[in-house]
Design a protein around this ligand. Structure first.
Ligand SMILES: *[C@@H]1O[C@H](CO)[C@@H](O)[C@H](O)[C@H]1NC(C)=O
Ligand SMILES: *[C@@H]1O[C@H](CO)[C@@H](O)[C@H](O)[C@H]1NC(C)=O
Ligand SMILES: *[C@@H]1O[C@H](CO)[C@@H](O)[C@H](O)[C@H]1NC(C)=O
Ligand SMILES: *[C@@H]1O[C@H](CO)[C@@H](O)[C@H](O)[C@H]1NC(C)=O
Ligand SMILES: *[C@@H]1O[C@H](CO)[C@@H](O)[C@H](O)[C@H]1NC(C)=O
Ligand SMILES: *[C@@H]1O[C@H](CO)[C@@H](O)[C@H](O)[C@H]1NC(C)=O
Ligand SMILES: *[C@@H]1O[C@H](CO)[C@@H](O)[C@H](O)[C@H]1NC(C)=O
Length: 432
């Protein structure tokens, strides 16, 4: 097997990445749940102060939100994609310089730790070729499908920060190789206190990942033609896995485990880029058609909400899959139908874990973003890497991030750390 891998033929590299890209890193994520569904709420007072100005450059303004050890960047970007990237690179050059190296070390270490369940030849491949090689291979496979504006933005980040563009590209391919558990809840109508959409997005993915040091809400102004976007993610990452737009479309992703065989592809647009395309849509119809018409890759679940139609859908997508569900169309054992609430818990679907359904029923009629964060995500234990909820009609977000690797105080998972309330309506009207 070792010899086989080390032959390193192009074909071998390609089939290797196909397996690696959509199969690896199922690590950690799913934790055991108390069968009685009784766990503490998050009782840390929410931090409500507005973000504090840090510094600015042409086309970029950096603020800091949160307090103590739970701060995160709020970065406003203006201008062309290249200018937006350049401004981010300038403002955060020291962070960006270290990112790829930290991530590469992490991937290689995870591959080693996963030795018990990863095929030996795959571990050999990471050891023999290194994570940068696999990331670059992924970038090469997806580049022909990537919208030009994201390539320009990555070039801008590299030039602004003074790093090799390959580093920024590789860093941005990391999510294409990862799978995270995660929870999606979209409640609306009769289920919520204001009749509008409340959306929970819990990202459950190894919270010790080095990017946990650099949480960031990036506000993309001037994404002409299109709305202003809030990308809740990390420094230097141009794709979206959690976001809200000012029109207002919202997006949250979840891995699709146990999907049918042979429906994924290495060749296509990275899924986080597709989700950013969808987030920049005018309405649900356009968001769905952008996802449907994309050259998709990995098998994932997506939650998409639209405040203009007050609708929330769940999607299962892959290179060869595209299905749309609403709260009425998932009639699964152990997954009670709850009026006006679409949900998938952090477990493999269909999940028979009763707890999320129980929490949602308990708060039904009275659900809002704050309760989704403090009283539902926290006791359910979802969103260890980041836990984010949105009230679409008010543009209010509640955001908590995993404990930073440099910090020793407090719990590790985001859902039991301090949430910060962010008024996105105020943010996307900030003039340059
Ligand atoms: C969590 O908060 C809700 C709403 O305030 C309350 O009903 C529930 O009892 C709390 N749960 C625990 C375990 O304290
Ligand atoms: C990716 O493509 C570039 C440009 O064609 C090439 O130089 C490089 O060797 C490729 N990288 C890998 C890992 O295949
Ligand atoms: C969203 O932002 C865009 C760009 O600034 C603006 O043209 C549009 O009117 C805004 N939409 C809403 C609903 O505020
Ligand atoms: C959705 O947005 C597209 C693009 O702006 C527009 O053409 C279409 O009419 C809209 N559809 C609905 C149902 O609002
Ligand atoms: C990308 O997707 C479109 C529409 O689904 C399809 O027509 C096109 O052939 C795909 N491109 C490639 C290179 O596969
Ligand atoms: C869900 O499925 C059960 C069992 O098949 C059926 O009795 C019930 O009517 C279904 N509910 C809905 C809302 O479709
Ligand atoms: C932040 O973390 C440091 C180092 O772990 C700890 O000493 C300090 O008490 C923490 N501060 C707060 C406000 O929790």
């Amino acid at each position: 097997m070792r010899n086989f891998v080390r032959r390193n033929s192009l074909h071998m590299r390609t089939s290797l990445i196909a397996l690696f890209a959509c199969a690896a890193f199922l690590v950690a994520a799913v934790t055991a749940l108390d069968p009685s569904c009784v766990a503490p709420n998050n009782t840390i007072p929410v931090w409500t102060a507005a973000p504090v100005f840090v510094s600015s450059v042409p086309n970029g303004k950096l603020y800091q939100a949160g307090t103590g050890n739970d701060t995160f960047n709020v970065l406003h970007l203006y201008g062309t994609p290249y200018q937006q990237g350049y401004a981010q690179g300038q403002l955060l050059s020291s962070t960006i310089k270290g990112l790829t190296n930290d991530l590469v070390a992490f991937i290689e270490q995870e591959a080693e730790q996963a030795a018990s369940w990863l095929p030996v030849w795959l571990i050999d491949a990471v050891v023999a070729n290194g994570a940068p090689f696999l990331l670059e291979l992924t970038f090469n496979a997806t580049k022909p499908f990537a919208p030009q504006r994201y390539l320009e933005e990555m070039q801008g980040i590299a030039d602004g920060a003074g790093v090799d563009v390959k580093d920024v590209q590789n860093y941005n391919m990391f999510p294409e190789m990862t799978k995270a558990a995660c929870t999606i809840v979209g409640a609306t109508g009769s289920a919520t206190s204001n009749g509008k959409i409340s959306h929970l997005r819990g990202l459950d993915f190894t919270p010790t990942c080095p990017i946990a040091s650099f949480p960031q809400v990036t506000i993309y102004h001037d994404s002409t033609p299109g709305p202003v976007l809030a990308n809740v993610g990390w420094t230097g990452m141009v794709g979206v896995l959690t976001g809200l737009s000012n029109t207002s479309i919202g997006i949250g992703e979840k891995v699709w485990i146990n999907h049918p065989k042979d429906i994924e592809s290495t060749y296509g647009e990275p899924w986080m880029f597709i989700l950013r395309d969808a987030l920049a849509s005018a309405n649900m119809t356009q968001a769905l058609s952008r996802i449907q018409n994309a050259n998709r890759t990995c098998a994932i679940h997506v939650g998409v909400g639209d405040s203009t139609t007050n609708t929330f859908n769940g999607l299962t997508i892959a290179a060869k899959a595209y299905d749309v569900y609403n709260w009425q169309s998932l009639n699964w054992t152990g997954h009670p139908i709850i009026q006006d609430v679409f949900y998938w818990d952090k477990h493999v679907q269909p999940s028979h874990n009763p707890c999320l359904g129980e929490y949602l029923q308990e708060f039904w009629g009275n659900i809002d973003a704050e309760k989704l964060a403090l009283n539902i995500a926290a006791p359910f234990g979802t969103g260890d890497m980041h836990c984010v909820t949105f009230d679409y009609s008010t543009g209010i977000a509640f955001i908590a991030n995993a404990r930073k690797p440099s910090v020793t105080a407090g719990t590790l998972p985001a859902y039991y750390r301090q949430f910060t309330r962010l008024d996105l309506n105020a943010l996307w009207n900030l003039a340059q």
